[in-house]
Design a protein around this ligand. Structure first.
Ligand SMILES: Nc1ncnc2c1ncn2[C@@H]1O[C@H](COP(=O)(O)OP(=O)(O)O)[C@@H](O)[C@H]1O
Ligand SMILES: [Mg+2]
Length: 233
């Protein structure tokens, strides 16, 4: 796990623990976990419900902070105490796909696709061109002006997948992205996600219960008792 194509790690978790403090007592979800993600590597994370997969993804994307341990991006510590620095890092480097598409209902498909880009500044002609090309890739160019409510669940999630790539992120994090869709549509969206990852050269961490989807990844890991273990494909 420490080497992939002989490259240095892009994102590393070092002895990361996450403990939730609750009235009923502390809950250790991640326990001195170590992980390295390399450039262009796709990692599938499996594991029982409640094992901490979403917690891990949230930490990798700096949406939450660890109780202890470090995260290194290209060898440099992410300083979780510097909120604006971490927010900017996340906007630039990370794309997210959640189980629920999280599209804004009053914005068109195209506007939703462009949302992460707006966070970085005005939309340039280049970015708009990129978004249109993504709309072609996902087969929704003629639906660009539709609202999410006018699209099927699979179509909504196609927008959500493309949106994760709009800012040319280094890493896309996908948390059970097709868990709400039927097998066949989920399978097609899996092809699309891995296709974008290949053409964009993005690293990917995908949480999934679907072995077919997991097998598309370069590495399959299982989260068990707060740690990541390799499992056979
Ligand atoms: N903010 C929180 N406060 C307290 N407990 C939490 C919080 N978030 C998650 N948990 C608990 O941590 C455990 C792991 O949750 P989660 O990461 O969502 O698991 P998974 O995604 O693998 O199903 C669960 O027992 C969950 O109830
Ligand atoms: Mg989860």
């Amino acid at each position: 796990m420490s080497s992939f194509n002989g490259s240095a790690p892009l994102l590393e978790a070092l002895d990361v623990s996450k403990i939730f403090t609750r009235l009923t007592g502390d809950l250790t979800v991640l326990d001195d976990l170590n992980f390295a993600l390399h450039e262009k590597q796709a990692v599938a994370v499996m594991g029982a419900s409640g094992s901490g997969k979403s917690t891990l993804l949230n930490l990798l994307g700096s949406l939450d902070y660890p109780t202890s341990g470090r995260f290194l991006y290209r060898g440099e510590d992410l300083d979780f105490s510097k909120r604006s620095v971490v927010d900017h890092w996340r906007s630039r480097r990370i794309g997210f796909v959640f189980q629920n598409h999280m599209l804004l209902p009053d914005f068109t498909a195209m506007e939703n696709l462009l949302l992460p880009a707006r966070r970085l500044g005005p939309i340039t002609p280049e970015v708009r061109q990129r978004a249109e090309s993504f709309m072609e890739t996902i087969g929704l160019i003629d639906r660009a002006t539709h609202l999410p409510g006018e699209l099927s669940g699979g179509e909504q999630q196609r927008i959500a997948v493309a949106r994760a790539f709009i800012n040319e992120p280094a890493i896309v994090l996908a948390d059970e992205p097709f868990g709400n869709l039927d097998r066949e549509i989920g399978g097609r969206l899996g092809e699309m996600l891995f296709g974008l990852r290949d053409s964009e050269g993005t690293s990917l961490v995908i949480v999934t219960h679907d072995p077919r989807l997991a097998r598309k990844a370069d590495t399959i890991l299982e989260l068990v008792q707060g740690k990541l273990n390799p499992i056979e494909a």
